[in-house]
Design a protein around this ligand. Structure first.
Ligand SMILES: [Zn+2]
Length: 92
């Protein structure tokens, strides 16, 4: 039943290598979330809203040299991720 996601289901960042993945309480790798979002079985920003997460991701993308007007294309898909799908307040 366990599914391994290619992208973090919180921020949408690709998890290409094992060490991009978050960690479970037992130290194993998490299949769903990246190490920025999820460490030792917990969200690193557990009270964050989808909009705040989008803002963080935009900031990161801009840091990587992506023009700000392009970042909306990436963050628009974030409401489909597993972490946010069940929260009706997260609709755009
Ligand atoms: Zn993430």
């Amino acid at each position: 039943m366990e599914r391994t996601y290619k992208n973090c289901q919180s921020c949408g960042m690709p998890m290409k290598r094992d060490d991009h993945r978050g960690t479970n309480p037992d130290g194993s790798r998490n299949n769903m979330y990246c190490h920025h979002c999820f460490q030792e079985g917990r969200f690193t920003h557990h009270n964050i809203t989808l909009d705040e997460m989008k803002e963080r991701v935009r900031g990161k993308l801009v840091e990587f040299g992506i023009p700000r007007f392009m970042t909306g294309l990436f963050t628009r898909k974030m409401s489909k991720l597993e972490r946010w799908r069940e929260h009706p307040t997260a609709v755009e």
